[in-house]
Design a protein around this ligand. Structure first.
Ligand code: UD1
Ligand code: MG
Length: 455
């Protein structure tokens, strides 16, 4: 199945200007808006990834001052800095020097509209290219409650005449439900000439990119409109918008997993990242969270309420319920990780079992080893982390504390409740705990003494 990340081709040269300089005031955040995460990746990375699949001839990202994190997220693409956020039109002007010598159509996209697909951008490019008289193509969508969006205003002949921003619209103009998505294509050579003509005499005192439409029309030109699905074009301005966009993203990721041969027992409760990779015949129970960097092999069963990030699980393993696999956990073929087990930076080799209430961190658990309930690798001494090595076929009794650095040999047995501070040889049986003491009749004597004390 083709997804949004499959390579696409455009027929003629084009460049992309991606606007990401806005402060995102409505997010009420110290993070730039486009760095907020969607499907486990910054918003800006999403749209860039989509754009990259189309192999444009150039990509220019407009960022704000002191947005080093955004520049790093979009590297190695060219960035230009808009020193003052004077509006979307002003932002596009900042890309002029980077595109001066560029001959081809220019696509303007907003980084706060990250759900747009490559197919839709390609369709917009075609809408502009296919009509000789068209110099700008605008991507629109319909919304029952269009509050906040610019509205596409048609003349009596049904041609796009202008875009009216929400704050500048009259009561009747606000009734228009056809919205501007922000994505536009400009025919080769027209963009910067148009932008030279826009002013900032409007409700926000900003240079609106949307004003180019009226300029094109006044000069006898034509603007085409392509309508697309709102689920691709919702802008993200607030936390509420972000939550809605995340819901759309999660639906897409679940559909991709299902189409790829994964069973999700309760799809609406599976949370995934864009880079989550699930093999064939994987079965995911209800309420499972896949953070970034998870790769799951074929026929793995992940039972309910597991939390995984930065993890690689090989074929046929069974995880959970209620397991937490943290970054650097690698689980081998057919291994079992059971309830209330936490694994971090550790290799649990094939066939090994860590079935109940254990912490395995900075460790290797050898092939077919069995780790008893409550076992802890004591990996941290308050200053540094240390490694625990557990050999193949070793048996660690319940409630053992393995104080790292320590190594347990192949096929060794560690008695329950042991605190192991020294290396254990292959095939050795070790018990490291106080000897048991038994007093015959002691229990009766104990009770008698207490009853006497109370009387
Ligand atoms: C904008 C459109 C509106 C459209 C909506 C779609 C304008 C004037 N308005 O409104 O018609 O319906 O998007 O979501 O174009 N940005 C900069 N520099 C700036 C200002 C913004 O780079 O000075 C960037 C932002 O980072 C963002 C994008 O441009 O990625 C859009 O800016 P935003 O302030 O979100 O515009 P909207 O109010 O959503
Ligand atoms: Mg916006």
């Amino acid at each position: 199945m083709e997804d949004n990340w499959t390579q696409r081709e455009a027929s003629s040269p084009f460049a992309v200007v991606l606007l990401a300089a806005g402060k995102g005031t409505r997010m009420k955040s110290s993070l730039p808006k486009v760095m907020h995460s969607l499907g486990g990746q910054p918003m800006v990375s999403h749209i860039l990834r989509t754009v990259e699949t189309m192999s444009p001839d150039r990509i220019v990202v407009v960022i704000g001052p002191e947005m080093e994190d955004v520049a790093a997220a979009v590297a190695p693409h060219v960035t230009v800095v808009q020193t003052e956020q004077l509006g979307t039109g002003h932002a596009v002007i900042q890309a002029r020097s980077a595109l001066n010598d560029f001959k081809g159509d220019i696509v303007v996209l907003f980084a706060d509209t990250p759900l747009i697909t490559a197919d839709t951008i390609l369709a917009l490019l075609s809408a502009c290219a296919n009509e000789n008289s068209t110099s700008v193509a605008v991507l629109g969508f319909r919304l029952e409650d269009p509050t906040g969006y610019g509205r596409l205003f048609y003349d009596v002949n049904g041609e796009l005449e202008k875009i009216i921003e929400d704050q500048d619209a009259t009561e009747s103009e606000r009734e228009i439900t056809l919205c501007n998505s922000g994505a536009m294509v400009f025919k080769s050579g027209v963009l910067f000439g148009l932008l030279d003509n826009i002013g900032n005499d409007n409700a926000k005192g900003e240079y609106y990119l949307t004003d180019v439409v009226a300029h094109v029309r006044v000069n006898g030109g034509k603007c085409s409109v392509l309508e697309a699905d709102v689920r691709e074009l919702q802008g993200i301005n607030s936390r509420s918008d972000l939550a809605q966009a995340e819901a759309i993203m999660q639906t897409r990721l679940r559909e991709r997993a299902l189409a790829g041969g994964v069973t999700l027992l309760d799809p609406s409760t599976t949370w995934m990242c864009v880079d989550t990779r699930l093999g064939r015949d994987v079965v995911v129970g209800p309420n499972v969270f896949f953070g970034p960097g998870v790769v799951i092999g074929d026929a793995v069963e992940i039972r309910a309420f597991c939390h995984l990030e930065g993890v690689c699980v090989a074929a046929g393993a069974i995880i959970g319920p209620f397991a937490r696999l943290r970054p650097g956990a690698r689980v081998g073929e057919g291994a079992r990780i059971g309830n209330f087990v936490e694994i971090k930076s550790a290799d649990v080799e094939s066939g090994a079992k860590v079935n109940h209430l254990a912490y395995i961190g900075d460790a290797r658990v050898g092939k077919d080893a069995n780790i008893g309930a409550g076992t802890i690798t004591c990996n941290y001494d308050g200053f540094s982390k240390h490694h625990t090595d557990i050999g193949s076929g070793a048996f660690i009794g319940s409630n053992a504390a393995l104080v790292a650095p320590v190594s347990i040999g192949d096929r060794a047995i560690v008695g329950a409740g042991s605190v192991v501070t020294e290396d254990v040889e292959d095939d050795a049986l070790v018990v490291a705990r106080a000897d048991q003491k038994s007093l015959r009749g002691g229990a009766s004597r104990w009770r008698k003494r207490h009853l006497t004390d109370q009387s």
